[in-house]
Design a protein around this ligand. Structure first.
Ligand SMILES: Cc1cc2nc3c(=O)[nH]c(=O)nc-3n(C[C@H](O)[C@H](O)[C@H](O)COP(=O)(O)O)c2cc1C
Length: 148
């Protein structure tokens, strides 16, 4: 399967995670990983796109994601009919805005016609689970949905 992994980060966690997922998937799939800031280059044709995105400020998208979502809204980039799944990074200490950027990202993708193929998951930086373990489990679940 052709898989594109897109990341949006402020301090690097989402990029590290995207690289780890890339390594995990590369044995069995044709994988490309790109910053959401380079979405022009990333624009898909993939069978599946995985978006790994953290939340910043007061529930906001990372800065590098803002142009992508503005372009999406303006119709300058299209995701119509493309299969997406979203993994968020956040911290439950932020309360109501926990993982909010991933929720907003998913909503916007769906609104513009992307097919959300699996349930979003969010890692909690203040929780006990390693980001990698949770994301790899999520990723395996996403792929499972596509084959079943
Ligand atoms: C200034 C700041 C604001 C944050 N705001 C939120 C927030 O509103 N909601 C949330 O779930 N996490 C929030 N976080 C936590 C980050 O999303 C979390 O640490 C994540 O792992 C960072 O990933 P990144 O390095 O890819 O940007 C915030 C972190 C910082 C430093």
């Amino acid at each position: 399967m052709k898989i594109t992994i897109l990341f949006a980060t402020e301090t690097g966690n989402a990029e590290t995670l995207a690289d780890d997922l890339h390594d995990e998937l590369a044995g069995d799939h044709e994988v490309r990983t790109a910053s959401l800031a380079d979405f022009g280059k990333a624009a898909s044709g993939a069978d599946l796109s995985l978006l790994v995105i953290s939340t910043y400020g007061d529930g906001e998208l990372p800065g590098m994601a803002k142009n992508f979502f503005a372009a999406l809204e303006a119709g300058d980039v299209t995701v119509r009919g493309e299969r997406y799944a979203v993994f968020g990074l956040g911290d439950r200490n932020y309360g109501a805005t926990f993982g909010q950027a991933s929720r907003l990202a998913e909503e916007n993708l769906a609104k513009q016609g992307a097919l959300i193929v699996a349930e979003r998951d969010v890692h909690d930086a203040s929780g006990p689970e390693f980001m990698d373990d949770q994301a790899k489990r999520w990723c395996a679940g996403v792929l499972q949905k596509l084959v079943s």
